[in-house]
Design a protein around this ligand. Sequence first.
Ligand SMILES: *Cc1c(COP(=O)(O)O)cnc(C)c1O
Length: 375
Amino acid sequence: MSEKIYLASPHMSDEGYERKYVKEAFDTNWLSTVGENINQFEESVKKYLGVKSAIALASGTSAIHLGLKALGVTKNDYVFVSDLTFSASVNPIIYENAKPIFIDSEPQTWNMDPKALEKAFEKYPNPKAVVVVHLYGRISEIDEICEICKKHNVPILEDAAEALGVKYKNKFLGTYGNCGVLSFNGNKIITTTGGGMLISNNEEITKKAKFWSTQSKEPARYYQHEEIGYNYRMSNVLAGIGRGQMKVLEERIAKKRKIFENYKKAFEEIDEIKMNEDKEYERSNHWLSTMTIKETSKVKPLDIVENLEKENIEARLVWKPMHLQPIFEKYDFIKVAEKAVSEDLFERGVCLPSDTKMTEEQQKMIIEIIKKLFE
Ligand SMILES: *Cc1c(COP(=O)(O)O)cnc(C)c1O
C-alpha cells in the first residue's frame, strides 16, 4: 500500500533549523526548562505576533489552565466556552471546579455566535470568563464578542491553538482577548512535538502563569510555597524545535491556503459540497481544509472518511460538539436557532487531508476519490 497521507502531521524545515537548535541545547547542556531556546522561542513569537509577553508551556491545555487561573476562575464560577471545539478548551475549566456553559456556533465561521453569547449573559449574568475558539484557523466574530464582553465587564481567553498566524485588522488572533493560547502539538500548523504558549499584553497574567508553571516557588532561600504549583514549563530541547519552526510558519500557512484553494477549485462544480470559505476580509490559515455536504446528498461525511481510509489516507469528521459529550452532558448549552448549528456542522462536516507535506499529485488523487462518490 502507498505511504500514508495524514490529516496534519509534523513538518520540519528543509534547512534543518530545528535540529541545529536542539543540538545546541545538547552541546551547551541546557537540558532542562531553562535556556536560550526557550528565551529565543518566546522572543520570536512575541515579535511575530506583536504581543508584550509570552510564556512557553508544556501544552496548549496547560496554557488554557493557567490563563483561566490568571483571569480568576475558581470553584463554582461559570465560564462561557465555544461548543464546537476540542475538549481541551473545556477540560481546564473543570480542573478549577468551575462550570462550563456551552455557546453555539454561527454557520458562517463555525465559531461562537454573538447572539447566543448575548442570550447566555441573560441567563447567567456573571460568568468569570469567556473562552473563544478560532476553529480550524477561521476568525470568530471577535469584534462583536469583545464588545459584548466589555459591556458585561468579563475577560476573554482566546483559544488560538488552531489559528496561529491569522491576522484580523492588523492584529493577530490570540491578541484580542485578555490572554491568548497557542498550541504546538504534533498536528498543529507548527509543532514542538508537544507544547503551548500563553500570550498577553498584560504582563501580570504571564508573570503569574510562569510562577505557577514552575511549582509556585516563593523567593526564599528554602522551598517556600504559598500557592499550589504546576510542572507546566516547556523543555529547552523542545523549544529548540519551536525556534526552528517559527522560521517556516509563513511557508506553512501559504501551503495550507494552497491546499484549501485546490479543494475549492476542484469541488466548485459539485453543488452538494460547500467549502468552509474565508469571508472577503479574511485570510485564515486553513489549518485544516473543512467543508460541509448538503443534507440531501446521498454522500455522508463518513463515506468520505471511509473511502479515503481504504487508500491509507486520513480524513476526519468535524469536532463533536461539547454539549453532546457524555462527560459534559450536565452543563448548560445556549443556542438561538431551532436546531443547534454545532450539531448540524458535526453531522455534515468533513476535515479533509491537509498535511503540508502532501504533494499536488497526492491531493489530486484524494480529490478524484471524493469526486467519484458524488457521481
Ligand atoms: C490542540 C488544541 C488545544 C490543546 O492544545 P494541546 O497543545 O494539544 O494541549 C486546545 N484547543 C484547541 C481548539 C485545539 O485544537
